[in-house]
Design a protein around this ligand. Sequence first.
Ligand code: ZN
Length: 271
Amino acid sequence: MKQRTLKDRIDFEGVGIHTGEISKIILHPEPENTGIRFYREGVYIPASPEFVVNTFHSTDLGSNGVVVKTVEHLMATLHLLGVSNLTVEVQGGSEIPILDGSGYLYYRELKNRVVKQTEDVQILNLEEPVVVENGDAYIKAFPHNCFEITYEGEFETYFGRQRFTFRGNVRDIILARTFCFEHEIEFIKRKGLGKGGSLENTLVIGREGVYNEGGLRYQDEPVRHKVFDLVGDLYLLGMSVRGKFISYKGGHTLNFELVKALHRRLVSLEV
Ligand code: ZN
């Protein structure tokens, strides 16, 4: 598989779900072996595990005191498209626009702009199982010749237990939105987060149903979104991964534990 970038620059603008700030991002094509990186206030921040500064309710990157918040949905979209070289310039606010809460609007605008470059991409093949845990939550990764993610969640509301397996069909996850449960909103706001959240960009789940007009996009939309988040967080490795992943109640923090574990293996292989 060849490295890829975009054929020309493209901008997006919108509110950040946590900061409520309006940001403009400009995606600049880059030559081979640049990798994915962010650029804000004169600082380049590589999309790499060493630069992760927060995983509480979003995955944030930072360097030299400059932070870019909530990179995961854009990263997931770039992963799905195989875009390997790009600079994402962030202007105005510090957060990547949430748009409709899914990857759909990014995907729609980017998919016809992707161009192949000449050099091959690196692919991480798992050689042995890797497990990370936190309480009863875990992510298990197994060697496999394709990229497959299963997510299982247990939700207090009428959703109950849900499980979804992604086997590479983008349409199965690209429309799945960020979600929150009605009973969590106060906690999220108290933590100073969710300032830009609304029914325009978040699936809000109540005790008996969802508040969004039009309802759900998939009957198991939350677990599909969780898969999408993991697709994004895994791309912090800077390469596509082959393996079978099973996440039980995982979130960004556990996703990042897995990324760090995989990254350590990579580094030790290269030494
Ligand atoms: Zn998400």
